[in-house]
Each structure stands twice: as C-alpha cells, then as structure tokens.
Design a protein around this ligand. Sequence first.
Ligand SMILES: [Zn+2]
Length: 281
Amino acid sequence: MGRSIVCLTFDFDAISGWIARGMNTPGPISRGEFGPHVAVPRILDLLKRHGICTSWYIPGHTLETFPEASQRVADAGHEIGHHGWTHRPPATLTPEEEEEELVRANEAIRKLTGRPARGYRSPSWDLSPHSVDLLLKHGFVYDSSMMGDDYMPYRVRKGDVITLEEPAVFGPETALLEMPISWTLDDFPHFEFIRTPTWILPGNMNANKVLENWVDDFLYLRQNLEWGVITYTFHPFVIGRGHRMIMLEKLIRTLKENGAVFKTLEEAAAEYLQRAAAPAC
Ligand SMILES: [Zn+2]
C-alpha cells in the first residue's frame, strides 16, 4: 500500500488581497473580515475535531491587522508560512521591494512563532525572476506557488531564458524545493464571485460537484503512485461559508476513509527530502 500525503493549506489573506487589487471600500473590506471574525474559528474547530495539522500562509498585513485570529491559528499548532506583507505578487515588485516584503513579514512571523517561516507561497502565485535567489538567501526550504507537477515535489530552477521566438533555455536546479499547487485544487476560482468593469469571475459553483473533482484527484494519487503529496488550497473567507464547510468536512472524512496521511507542507517537504537522500535499494 502506498503512502498518500494530504496537505490542507489556508491562505489567510483577510482584507489584504482586496486592498492589493485597489478594492478598499467597505464592501470588499467586510468580505475579507469574514475570514478572521467568522471563518477562522469555524475552520480551527473542524480541524481540531479531526486532529489535523495544516499549513497557513499569512500575509504580514493580516498578521498585524488581525493578531488575535493569527495567534489562534499558531496556538492550535498549525504551520505558519510566508505570504508576502502586502499581498502584491512578487512579479509586480522591484527586487528591493520584494526583499523588503520578505524581511518585514518574516519578522511578524518570528514574533508570532519564535522562528522565521520555512515555507513561502507567493501572493497570486506569480514569482519574479529574483524570487528564488531571495528565498534561498532568507533561509526558505520550500516554495509553494508553481504547477510543474501535481503529486511530486521538485527542485526549483533559476535563470531560465524564455523568449517568444527562440527555444526556451532552462536554468539549473537549486536547493529550493517546490511543493506544487494547482488552480483546480484552490477554492477561490470555483467559489468566489468578483465583478470589475472589465471582467467577471463567476464562482459560486456547486460545492458537491467541486468535491467530486477534489476526491478524484486524491484517488488518482492513491491508485497510481507509491508515494506522493496532494495540496489543497483554501481561503478562510471563501471556504468558511456554511455549505462549503459541510463540503470540507465531507472531503476530510472521505480522504481519511481512503487512507490519507495528513501533514503540514513543511513536514511533507522534509519527508520528500529524506526519501530523496535515502540510497536506492
Ligand atoms: Zn493570498
């Protein structure tokens, strides 16, 4: 029987994601506030009942605006990872701004947990050309922002040369580990409704239909790989609504019934590195 690891991860953006998009009027702010005020206690209660430790990527803006909710997450034993300070994607920042964000949010994480983050997840999942070097410089073990695999961690490259009219030239692998994610396993595009003057994200999918996809992605891992990791991404203000909380509990129960091993991403990364270092027999 193989070992199928499940990482439940939460991007605790609260109001920071809306502000980063320039949406700072009372409507979107209230939408973000639903996370720390209502959803986080519900989610923590569910995870406690099921005895599951998870990974939370918390922007510095959330850590310093909602310290009590952030403290509750840390006190419950969940991993606290880095998710920028302002929730602006690194690809939109200068290298200096990107490093400032890394340092400032890591300081807030150190205050909360006593140590800097080991894991990084970029806001909106878009790294800059400088991100890998900066993450290695600041002691990160893993990133969780890319989609080059589904169930298998891999080493992050740097120095790729990508142009429109020439074949891509891929750079060397680095020590940074990628714990891959996917938009298909993220609650936001399935459920969140956003309307702007130029585009609409319809969201509001039937939660039980999404559940079918999410269970099947786990079953494929279970049935086809000897060892692997599946990472689900949730946002408290998205998943914390009643029908979605019922779906999240169904997901947890079904995964348990099918032999899932629940870990934080930091633990799963450590297990991968240990396996990769073991001599082949
Ligand atoms: Zn986020």
